[in-house]
Design a protein around this ligand. Structure first.
Ligand code: SF4
Ligand code: SF4
Length: 86
């Protein structure tokens, strides 16, 4: 199962500079032209599926406006008895 991720952009810090948009490898971020932050900027947001949670957007954001979340597949633990191995 592939690793999936998502981001949250803090409206109070985002200044619509576009740096995260250009840096995102799968191109899943864009500026939201239908919304303004309290400071009057178009904020970044996810526009499609495909975020891997790589964290590059958060690293390049000059205002630390992005929080990245990553969902990893759960490993299942299976108990194997000695009799089964032998
Ligand atoms: S890099 Fe940061 S400040 Fe610039 S658009 Fe992206 S989230 Fe907003
Ligand atoms: S975590 Fe990676 S894939 Fe997801 S939006 Fe940010 S740069 Fe793009």
């Amino acid at each position: 199962m592939p690793v999936t991720g998502w981001i949250e952009v803090n409206d109070h810090y985002c200044k619509g500079c576009d740096i995260c948009v250009a840096a995102c490898p799968p191109n899943v971020i864009a500026l939201n032209m239908e919304r303004l932050t309290p400071k009057g900027y178009h904020p970044a947001h996810l526009v499609s599926e495909g975020c891997t949670g790589c964290g590059i957007c958060a690293i390049v954001c000059p205002d630390a406006a992005i929080t990245v979340y990553r969902e990893t597949p759960q490993r299942t633990r299976q108990k194997i008895t000695v009799q089964e191995i032998a």
